[in-house]
Each structure stands twice: as structure tokens, then as C-alpha cells.
Design a protein around this ligand. Structure first.
Ligand SMILES: *Cc1c(COP(=O)(O)O)cnc(C)c1O
Length: 248
């Protein structure tokens, strides 16, 4: 693969009509997207759901810009990013050149990045604490926006992981929705790596059901089919589309 990480500066996105993306890469990423969509359709069918009820959120974090652009050229439009700073470096340009992009924040959000996050993203999937919820509500009002929000639930009650504890979820959802007026359209979770994810997906679905929440963002490359069988409306898939991330 010819994707050179240091070849991904501003000039990589400054060209307009023409693109420097290797057609082989576009085909390869396109094939990967196709294969993930097929698996989603299969899992949906097994659960007697229509595949259109599942949105594939492509997670391009840390990937060379060229791979993300290849996904755009292959027709993908819904993406997830887990860092505001990284998203800021690529999406304003991509949005101009590829209309119809829908960008989801799927990583922890610090309150000092709320303004930028509300400017950059269409959906915030990681509303995980009262202070952040208040800042988001305030900033959205200021910017005249009402972004779709998901409450992140720490289903594994892991110390180091973001998210509201399961037994505080109902009260937090009510506070966000009724108290702050946030558009709480979904719940999101990241199960502990060592657990059977199905238990966590089922728990998230239960919390959503009793709170009348429609969307469930759950499932990653390793377990999105399980998530779809358990009701995921949004799966967040990185590696299976873009290949392994190079953190070196
Ligand atoms: C990176 C990331 C993903 C994608 O993970 P893969 O295993 O590469 O599919 C999904 N969700 C979140 C919150 C992530 O940070």
C-alpha cells in the first residue's frame, strides 16, 4: 500500500476536482466497506431486521488521510472520530469536497473543546457526565445548533473508562433531555475487552428501551455482527475497513 503517513498534510486536501488517491486503494477500501455491509445485512437478517436500520460509522482515526479519502471516494459518508484535534485537521476540507458527510464524535470530550466539537461534528456520541452535558447545551444554544446526542454508558463499570454508570443512567438521561433540552437520540457503549460483549449490548438495549431511546451505538470491528443481532442502529468500524492503525 502506498499510503505514506507523512504525505497527509494540508496540500493533500487542497486540490479540488482532482484527487491523488491511488485507485487501487479506493477499490480495496470499497471492497472492505462492501464486505462489512454484507456482514451487517446478514446479522440484520438473522435478527429479522432490515439492513437499512443499521448505519455504518467508519472510524478513520489515526489512519493516513488517503485511506479516509478513499472511503469517501467509495461513497461512504458517515464517519466517526475520537479526537477533536484530529478531526479538525481533516474534516473541514473533506466536507467541502465531499458533500453529505455526517461526522460523529465517538471519543471523550473535554469541556474546553466543547466549542470546537459543536462547530465540527453533527453528532456527539459521548455525553458522559453532567458538566459536559451542561456545557454542550450552553454551547449549542450559543451556536444556534441542536446536535443529536448519545449518552455513553459505562456498562462494564470500569474505573478508567468514560461513561455514566448503569444505575445512574436513567436520571442522567432525564437531566439531559428534560433539564437541558439536549436531543438525546441514542446510547453508546464500549464493552470491556475481556468480557462477552453481548451482555453489554443487551444491557444498553434495556436501558434504551425503558427510557424510550431509539438509537444504539454499539459494536466495533470484532463484534459488530453481535451488536446488530442485539439491536445496534449504529456500528463503529475502523480496522475492518481501513486496516490496522499505525500508532508508531
Ligand atoms: C477506534 C474506535 C472504534 C473502532 O474500532 P475498530 O476495532 O478499529 O473497529 C470504535 N469505537 C470507538 C469509540 C473507537 O475509539
Amino acid at each position: 500500500m502506498s499510503a505514506a503517513p507523512d504525505d497527509t498534510g494540508d496540500n493533500a486536501v487542497a486540490t479540488d476536482a482532482t484527487t491523488a488517491v491511488d485507485p487501487h486503494l479506493v477499490r480495496q477500501i470499497g471492497d472492505n466497506l462492501e464486505s462489512v455491509r454484507r456482514s451487517i445485512a446478514k446479522a440484520a437478517a438473522a435478527a429479522e431486521r432490515s439492513p437499512e436500520t443499521v448505519t455504518l460509522v467508519a472510524v478513520g482515526k489515526v489512519q493516513p488521510l488517503e485511506r479516509v479519502e478513499a472511503a469517501l471516494l467509495a461513497g461512504q459518508r458517515v464517519f466517526g472520530e475520537n479526537r477533536v484535534q484530529e478531526a479538525k485537521g481533516k474534516w473541514p476540507d473533506f466536507r467541502v469536497r465531499y458533500p453529505g458527510v455526517e461526522l460523529h464524535l465517538i471519543g471523550p470530550l473535554q469541556t474546553n473543546k466543547v466549542r470546537e466539537a459543536v462547530e465540527l461534528f453533527d453528532v456527539i456520541q459521548t455525553v458522559d457526565r453532567p458538566k459536559l452535558a451542561r456545557e454542550l447545551a450552553k454551547e449549542m444554544e450559543k451556536q444556534g445548533k441542536r446536535l443529536d446526542c448519545y449518552i455513553q454508558v459505562n456498562t462494564g463499570e470500569e474505573e478508567q473508562k468514560a461513561g455514566i454508570a448503569p444505575d445512574e443512567a436513567d436520571a442522567f438521561i432525564a437531566e439531559c433531555r428534560d433539564g437541558l433540552g439536549l436531543a438525546v437520540v441514542g446510547l453508546m457503549c464500549i464493552p470491556p475487552v475481556e468480557d462477552n460483549p453481548a451482555l453489554h449490548f443487551a444491557m444498553l438495549r434495556e436501558i434504551a428501551k425503558r427510557n424510550g431511546i431509539a438509537n444504539l451505538s454499539m459494536g466495533m470491528s470484532g463484534d459488530y455482527d453481535t451488536a446488530v443481532e442485539l439491536g445496534a442502529t449504529h456500528v463503529r468500524v475502523g480496522t475492518a475497513i481501513f486496516g490496522a492503525r499505525d500508532y508508531g
